[in-house]
Ligand binder design. Structure first.
Ligand code: C2E
Ligand code: CA
Ligand code: CA
Length: 765
């Protein structure tokens, strides 16, 4: 009997050892597995210790072995509590529970270790197994055995309590594995109690503890409840956001989830609609037997448009046999809408909702190339002084204006028309030539001009038109050409539409060339003052007008009328004029040092200079720098320059005159209201250009006008200089009428300074 017992115990030990080894190899060392390993190790040692106690016939060793058995039984139960805590996830209310239990177990261990000496827990004595075999068994339990037992019982009850709670709260499918461990633990505990009360020689409960260790190992690591996979799969698929339909090999619907039924607006649990669809689908896709298929389809569900990505997949088993198929309907409406929105943003202008530049060009190019028989026009718009509007009225008003402009463009557009916003205030339209209407554009420009209160600001919109001839040209280049046309009228308040022609482009390019070369020309001294002398009636040189010439590196000469207006447009004129004024001052300084004190030079002041700088400051500073008498520097200002900004320019002219400069009104007669302006403007000299007389056919009439102008000048006490004098008859006439200063080709053309000096100064000196 003894040996049977021992054999069973060792068998249990080997089994537990096997489980332990297995769990060491397989486990991933989760907290549950760690607790499980402790449980198995304790069970192994306690079973082995008990067996050893029975094997040896030596009281002291038996006592130690029984002690070890009791210590590791504590270990088994402690490991069980920790395992249950981790396995069930039920955390102890008392935070320090682990520590307290540890202390209680340590006390028990301490007394069990001392037991062979002090015998406070139990005593052993030789007993007979009933078959003549003797061994040492626990025969009497001392007071501290109760402590050991109560501790053990408490730990078991604690584990049982938690297992019970978990069993009650867990889903049905998992109940079994908690319940079975609970039941086994109960049985072991009860048999333990029985063993204690009946004074058996053998402790049967020990087997049960061993079995529990193995069972726990099995249920926690190896056991998967029956049907769990199916149930989990079922719930996974039914809660998917995608629609799923599974079909068996005979073409029957084996399963369909709620989303799939929704896809067919079939809320009922009946598969008829689904089946109809699937049969239809198979009819349309005869190759479905051979391959998987993916397709997209929009559907209207609950009144809303939704987008689906669908797939059909065949299920092939491990023997390569077809066993069914499944459909997945993935609702990608959000994704689809996001992509659509992104596409919209990439192709449309945010403010006006029109096509953006990139998309306009793409679509217009498509239209032009797809209709080779149709003639097209590209129309671009530009708001005059849009930047100023933004600055004065604010960006929000600017935006409103752009929206109004966009609305007008949309109205101009016919059905077969592409339009968009190119940049800022520039819109473009690609319209069929037959639909193009100049009247409509003018009407729209007129309508838009009332955007602001007319008293406050009259808005001007210009249109540039390019007729598409070369269809291979990029639409962006066509727009550039329409914009070149706009540039030719951008200062005009009357003209609304300009049509592009090839000359415009050449002009535009040469203009750009002039602008780009300015900086270098100024730095390398390519601008030269030429002097056109002014004479008295007796052919004496009194001084001259400094006129700029641009001398190219190859010796070629560019005349001012080719670049002055360009520099005026771009604001470069300020720098050129300052340079010219300084060159004139340097020249006067040189002459005066050479003794030509009375010689003067006349310089031109562009109307734009008044906006670009403080003309008074610059000129007085120069005169000071070269220590000149201001009377030797004559200033030519055109009548329009003064009139453009009377309020600031009149006082400026007076200050210049007060400072001693001679101010001359240039090109008198070319302006719009010459005589009127004379009433208001105080200048020293009227410079009358014979050119305005050349324009008229009626010589007598022009002579009369000239005579009147001369009379007027005299009555206002103004000196006169007549320029553009080309003939001796003109001179005779002018002398007869009392003029005494002349400038013109008849006397001399503008010339280099050195020529002027050679020709006139050496004689006079
Ligand atoms: P402007 O101030 O009226 O200068 C007189 C222009 O008439 C000069 O042309 C001169 O060469 C030309 N001229 C002189 N006598 C006769 C003549 O008998 N018959 C004809 N048909 N023309 C004559 P230019 O030098 O080509 O200058 C043209 C314009 O360019 C000037 O007209 C002036 O407005 C502007 N300009 C010239 N130099 C400068 C400058 O340094 N600064 C500024 N702001 N403008 C300048
Ligand atoms: Ca002049
Ligand atoms: Ca002039």
């Amino acid at each position: 009997m003894k040996w049977i017992h021992i054999a069973i115990l060792y068998t249990a030990a080997v089994l537990i050892f096997g489980c332990l080894m297995f769990s060491i190899n397989k486990a991933k060392n989760t907290p549950v597995e760690k607790a499980l390993k402790k449980l198995l190790t304790s069970a192994l040692i306690s079973v082995a210790a008990y067996a050893t106690a029975m094997v040896v016939n030596e009281p002291l060793i038996s006592e130690y072995a029984y002690g070890l058995y009791h210590i590791f039984l504590d270990g088994v139960v402690m490991a069980m509590v920790s395992f249950v805590r981790r396995y069930t996830g039920i955390q102890p209310k008392l935070k320090k529970e682990g520590h307290i239990l540890g202390v209680l177990v340590t006390i028990d261990t301490f007394f069990l270790l001392l037991n062979p000496i002090v015998h406070l827990v139990f005593r052993v004595a030789p007993v007979d197994d009933g078959f003549g075999k003797g061994f040492y068994s626990i025969v009497s339990r001392e007071p501290l055995y109760n402590y050991h037992f109560v501790l053990l019982a408490f730990l078991i009850l604690l584990a049982l309590f938690r297992l019970g709670r978990k069993t009650a709260s867990t889903p049905k499918i998992y109940k079994f594995k908690y319940a079975i461990i609970s039941i086994m633990l109960c049985v072991a505990f009860v048999s333990h109690l029985v063993y204690l009360n009946c004074n058996f020689k053998f402790d049967y409960s020990l087997f049960l503890y061993g079995v529990i260790a193995i069972a726990i190992y099995y249920f926690s690591l190896a056991y998967i409840p029956q049907g769990l996979m199916e149930r989990l799969m079922y719930f996974t698929i039914s809660s998917l956001k995608d629609g799923v339909i599974c079909m068996d090999v005979d073409g029957n619907i084996a399963y369909s989830n709620k989303m799939a039924r929704e896809y067919f607006s079939d809320e009922m649990e009946d598969n008829s609609k689904l089946l109809t669809f699937i049969n239809l689908w198979f009819g349309e896709n005869p190759d479905a037997a051979e391959r998987d298929i993916v397709w997209e389809s929009p559907r209207r569900i609950g009144g809303k448009k939704r987008y689906y990505k669908n797939s059909y997949t065949r299920i092939i088993d491990e023997n390569q046999k077809y066993i069914g198929c499944f459909f997945i309907m993935h609702d990608c409406t959000t994704e689809y809408n996001r992509i659509e929105e992104e596409q919209y943003r990439a192709t449309h202008d945010e403010l006006t909702g029109l096509y953006n530049m990139y998309y306009f060009c793409e679509r217009a190019s498509e239209m032009i190339n797809d209709n080779p028989e149709t003639d097209y026009m590209i129309v671009c718009t530009d708001v005059k002084s849009f930047k100023v509007i933004n600055d004065i009225f604010g960006i929000e008003t600017g935006d409103e204006l752009l929206k109004a402009l966009a609305a007008s463009i949309a109205k101009i557009a016919t059905n077969n028309c592409i339009y968009g916003r190119i940049t800022g205030d520039r819109f473009a339209l690609c319209i069929r030539k037959e639909d193009f209407s100049e009247e409509l554009l003018i009407a729209k420009a007129e309508e838009l001009s009332n955007f602001f209160d007319k008293e406050v600001f009259k808005m001007h919109v210009h249109f540039g038109v390019y007729e598409v001839r070369d269809r291979s040209m990029k639409v962006s280049v066509m727009c550039d050409r329409a914009n070149i046309a706009i540039r030719t009228i951008k200062d005009s308040y009357e003209t609304v539409i300009a049509y592009y022609d090839s000359q415009m482009r050449e002009k535009f390019i040469s203009k750009q060339k002039i602008i780009s070369e300015f900086e270098n020309a100024l730095d390398t001294g390519r601008f030269h003052p030429f002097i056109q002398p002014q004479f008295s009636a007796d052919w004496k040189t009194k001084g001259g007008e400094a006129l700029v010439r641009w001398i190219l590196p190859d010796g070629g000469m560019v005349r001012p009328d080719q670049f002055i207006s360009v520099f005026e447009e771009t604001g470069l004129i300020g720098r050129l004029d300052t340079y010219m004024w300084e060159r004139a001052c340097m020249q006067l300084d040189k002459w005066h040092k050479e003794g030509h004190d009375e010689l003067y030079l006349s310089v031109n002041i562009s109307p734009k200079d008044f906006c670009l700088m403080d003309v008074y400051e610059v000129i007085t500073a120069l005169v000071k720098k070269y220590d000149l008498n201001p009377k030797n520097l004559h200033l030519e200002i055109t009548e329009t320059a003064i009139i453009e900004n009377l309020k600031t320019n009149l006082p400026l002219i007076n200050r210049l005159r007060d400072a001693g400069f001679q101010v001359e009104m240039d090109d008198f007669g070319n302006g719009q209201s010459s005589l009127n302006s004379l009433m208001n403007i105080d200048v020293d000299v009227l410079k009358v250009d014979m050119g305005f007389l050349r324009k008229t056919e009626n010589v007598d009439r022009s002579m009369t006008i000239l005579r009147k102008v001369i009379e007027l000048a005299r009555s206002l006490d103004l000196k006169l200089i007549i320029e553009g004098v080309e003939t001796q008859e003109q001179v005779d006439f002018l002398i007869k009428n009392g003029c005494d200063v002349f400038q013109g080709f008849h006397f001399a053309r503008p010339m280099k300074i050195s020529d002027f000096e050679d020709k006139y100064l050496s004689v006079q000196a």
